[in-house]
Design a protein around this ligand. Structure first.
Ligand SMILES: Cc1cc2nc3c(=O)[nH]c(=O)nc-3n(C[C@H](O)[C@H](O)[C@H](O)COP(=O)(O)OP(=O)(O)OC[C@H]3O[C@@H](n4cnc5c(N)ncnc54)[C@H](O)[C@@H]3O)c2cc1C
Length: 430
């Protein structure tokens, strides 16, 4: 925990038979041991934990075999597409093109699954996330859209074990990796999971981001929140807070991104998996001016396994999805900043951590050979996270209106992206 290796996936909590629980969900959100754990259970939890180790090459081989395309940035894939669902209601209610929710709905309506593990917001504490098993289109749509605060989907393992039927599962890369480890162990908690899907993953934030956002509007009590959205409305959507008083606060997603350097969960910076490499199908935003100008919502979709490809083919054939294939190069270019952060930045950060005597996760592979300028850039990034993550910086930023800070953040980010473009793109497609 002290080395930031825990991604809060929730597997240890889910497997622990009540011995481990998440504590302080609106603060550090850490698993704490509340009852004695015997050696057998401890070993099961440790083996399921992807925070300390997950062997990418080994699991690539086990899950996909040799028959697919592989690229060190995208992982194993069969095809890469840009597109959206043709159901406008699903598209409007989702984060990007509505692909992930639509796949779950389609599987349910075609009797391929009986339920889907998804992440909604808590009914009793609507400011926190809550995983659950959705068994209807309505419930799947209730859980649509990205949640940018900590989620621990695998807390639900006792329920996935008890569930009477076939399940699809949606999770972030760390959560998916743990499910893959459990499948590899033939653990009974995952026996009902037939399909695994997931969003791309840049980073996630501590709950302090929500508190800080409210403080900027001179609001102190987060328990006044009745609904919390991170991607509300037309793509790319808004962060939106609805309060008991009837007041509604909204900020465009690109402006709300200002919260990232102040509240990022440090483990996000130790994750090397941007595109959710161990899913059957994964989906991200189609970040490119040509799509962003059109609004409405466009996704990048990566089919990885034979069963994932079969679903995509059938859904295109019956008109449920509109997808256009794109090349590996186009896909990498579209997310080059994200891949740079994950596939280069993480390995450089891990080197810095090694020098500082901190533990690193073991991913079974490493990428080396970065330029001096890329190392220098990483020093600047790390310094920025260090300084902006302090209580003083957070306090100072809360004194300014978020619409103003968000606008400055977006402009600064564009300048930073342009000025580091060459360093980041060097050899990216090789
Ligand atoms: C924390 C986070 C970071 C992301 N970072 C990037 C990025 O850097 N670049 C990029 O291109 N895309 C990123 N995405 C993915 C993007 O926001 C969309 O989720 C993706 O494009 C799929 O869109 P969709 O319309 O198909 O999904 P939807 O139809 O809206 O379905 C989303 C599904 O994901 C599940 N879900 C949402 N949030 C979480 C969560 N926190 N943990 C587990 N499950 C969740 C929901 O239950 C739902 O089933 C991120 C998503 C998340 C949650």
């Amino acid at each position: 925990m002290r080395s930031h290796l825990c991604n809060r996936c929730g597997s240890c909590v889910g497997l622990s038979e009540g011995a481990v629980v998440f504590e302080h969900r609106t603060a550090n959100y850490r698993p704490g041991i509340v009852k004695p754990v015997n050696d057998l259970l401890a070993e099961r939890m440790w083996n399921a934990c992807a925070g300390h180790s997950f062997n990418f090459p080994e699991f690539n081989q086990k899950i996909y075999g040799d028959n697919s395309n592989f690229n060190q940035f995208t992982g194993v894939y069969k095809n890469i597409y840009i597109g959206n669902t043709t159901d406008e209601i699903v598209r409007q209610n989702s984060a990007s093109g509505g692909i992930l929710s639509q796949i779950l709905i389609w599987l349910l309506e075609n009797n391929r699954i009986d339920g889907a593990v998804v992440l909604g917001m808590s009914k009793t504490e609507p400011w926190l996330t809550q995983p659950f098993i959705a068994t209807s289109k309505k419930e799947i749509l209730e859980a649509a859209q990205s949640k940018y605060i900590i989620s621990s989907v695998n807390e639900l393992l006792p329920e996935t074990e008890k569930f009477n039927g076939r399940l699809a599962y949606v999770g972030l890369p760390g959560q998916v990796q743990s499910i893959r480890k459990l499948q590899n162990m033939d653990d009974p908690t995952v026996k009902n999971i037939h399909y695994i899907f997931g969003p791309f993953y840049g980073n996630t934030l501590h709950f302090s981001s929500v508190k800080s956002f409210l403080k900027s509007y001179k609001l102190k009590d987060y328990t006044q929140i009745t609904r919390l959205y991170f991607r509300y409305g037309e793509w790319p959507g808004n962060m939106r807070v609805e309060l008991k008083s009837g007041r509604v606060i909204e900020l465009p997603k690109f402006h709300a991104n200002y919260l990232i350097p102040f509240h990022i969960v440090k483990n996000s910076l130790l994750c090397t998996d941007l595109s959710n490499e161990f899913t059957d199908i994964s989906g991200g935003d189609a970040w490119a001016p040509v799509y962003e100008e059109r609004g409405k919502g466009f996704s990048m979709v990566i089919s990885r396994s034979a069963s994932g490809q079969k679903i995509i083919d059938e859904m295109i054939a019956d008109g449920t999805l509109e997808l256009n294939p794109i090349s590996e190069d186009e896909a990498i270019t579209m997310h080059s900043h994200g891949y740079d952060l994950k596939k280069r930045g993480t390995f450089i950060r891990m080197r810095f951590r090694k020098w500082a005597g901190l533990k690193n996760p073991d991913f079974g592979y490493t990428i080396t050979g970065f330029t001096f300028s890329r190392y220098l850039m990483e020093v600047v990034i790390n310094l920025m996270f260090l300084v902006l993550g302090t209580s003083l910086s957070r306090f100072l930023i809360e004194q300014l209106p978020p619409s103003f800070v968000g606008g400055i953040f977006e402009k600064t980010r564009t300048i930073w992206k342009k000025s580091t473009y060459k360093i980041k793109r060097k050899k990216l497609n090789e």
